[in-house]
Design a binder for this molecule. Structure first.
Ligand SMILES: NC(=O)c1ccc[n+]([C@@H]2O[C@H](COP(=O)([O-])OP(=O)(O)OC[C@H]3O[C@@H](n4cnc5c(N)ncnc54)[C@H](O)[C@@H]3O)[C@@H](O)[C@H]2O)c1
Length: 332
């Protein structure tokens, strides 16, 4: 299969591309190597992927419609998996425009190239953040998600709505993933696990928001890409009982572990693996943050027979082993 994956220099796109390449598929990766975090980490991920002959990288921005069109025309994909985005809840308070450019303009350009290419399945990343102010847990795909708390969440919710209109108008079978706090090797330097391990290794304090009274449905990246790969083969159909839409081949699927873990339990798992105690800096809740996320994963399981299963203990250990191997000598 020929798959076009955006965000392949990013955390999740890298893992998905590698998984697909290992299964024998051909992957064209598209990434603008944005400076949101350490670009050398992004380049190192692409260097890993370049070891596969069936991988080809296109370095350009999603907003550059000409470059995006050229890349897709060269790749001739049957499937597009769109993972490139301006991610991060907190950064959307600092630099909201980056989300408009990458997620709204970029997301629209992806819909246009998917339409022109006539792909058999378009899959796009959304986020548990779209559940925003919802209080009923676990979060279910068919429940309203109309109360975004950040512009990041609002752009992702807009992406879902834009994709639905294209799925309806142009009959593009479309799957939206709502990811829940993904973590693992090659992870993002702006996310908690990376920051915690980095600080504890350097004997610096870690910031613990809402005094630790937070929980997240941490999802191991290996499980996540396994779930995505299974969904690639299951394009939605109009009117199917697993669709959220009566008028389009359009589906929304939570990908989480379905088992929220307390922030302090997460920190303790890291401490056990590192064999070192964290210096804890307790802080108030951050603007736009939510105290808890919890995925209902029954739709994913019904569709694929698969359920993310890696425990936080195992996932944290895999991250720390990678972190020490990757940064070991450089950071001492
Ligand atoms: N990691 C998580 O916990 C999580 C949770 C929910 C949703 N998501 C979503 O999953 C997707 C992948 O996230 P990730 O964690 O791998 O993030 P990431 O930042 O590591 O990867 C995103 C990649 O997209 C590229 N990119 C960003 N803007 C671009 C643009 N305008 N043009 C071209 N390339 C651009 C970046 O260079 C980066 O390599 C995103 O859509 C994100 O919103 C992630």
């Amino acid at each position: 299969m020929r798959v076009f994956v955006t965000g392949t220099a990013g955390f999740i796109g890298f893992h998905l591309a590698r998984h697909l390449l290992e299964l024998g598929h051909r992957v064209d990766g598209f990434d603008g190597l944005t400076p949101y975090y350490d670009v050398t980490l992004k380049e190192a991920r692409h260097a890993e992927l370049r070891q596969f002959e069936r991988f080809r990288a296109h370095i350009a921005m999603l907003e550059d419609m000409e470059a995006l069109t050229r890349a897709v025309e060269t790749a001739e994909p049957e499937v597009i998996v769109h993972l490139a985005a301006q991610a991060g809840v907190r950064y959307s308070l600092e630099n909201p425009r980056a989300y408009i450019d990458a997620n709204l303009v970029g997301g629209f350009n992806i819909l246009e190239v998917a339409r022109a290419q006539g792909v058999r399945h378009l899959l796009m990343a959304s986020t548990s953040s779209v559940y925003g102010g919802n209080e009923h847990m676990p979060f279910l795909e068919s429940e309203r998600a109309d109360f975004p708390l950040t512009l990041y969440a609002a752009t992702k919710k807009a992406n879902e709505a834009m994709a639905h209109s294209y799925a309806h108008l142009w009959r593009i079978p479309t799957t939206i993933f709502r990811f829940f706090t993904v973590y693992g090797p090659w992870g993002r330097p702006d996310m908690a696990l990376f920051k915690f391990v980095d600080a504890i290794e350097k004997e610096k304090p870690i910031d613990i928001y809402n005094h630790g009274k937070m929980q997240r449905d941490f999802t191991y990246v290996g499980d996540l890409v396994d779930a995505i790969q299974r969904l690639v083969d299951l394009p939605p159909e109009i009117g199917a009982d697993d669709s959220v839409s009566p008028v389009a081949p359009f589906r929304i699927v939570n990908i989480g572990r379905g088992e929220p873990v307390g922030l302090l339990d997460f920190v303790e798992a890291i401490e056990r693996k590192l064999g070192r105690r964290a210096i804890r800096n307790y802080l108030e809740m951050q603007k736009g943050d939510v105290p808890s996320t919890f995925a209902d994963c029954s739709l994913l399981e019904r569709l694929t027979g698969y359920r993310p299963h890696t425990s936080v203990e195992e996932g944290v250990a895999a991250f720390v082993d990678w972190y020490r191997g990757y940064y070991g000598s450089a950071r001492g």
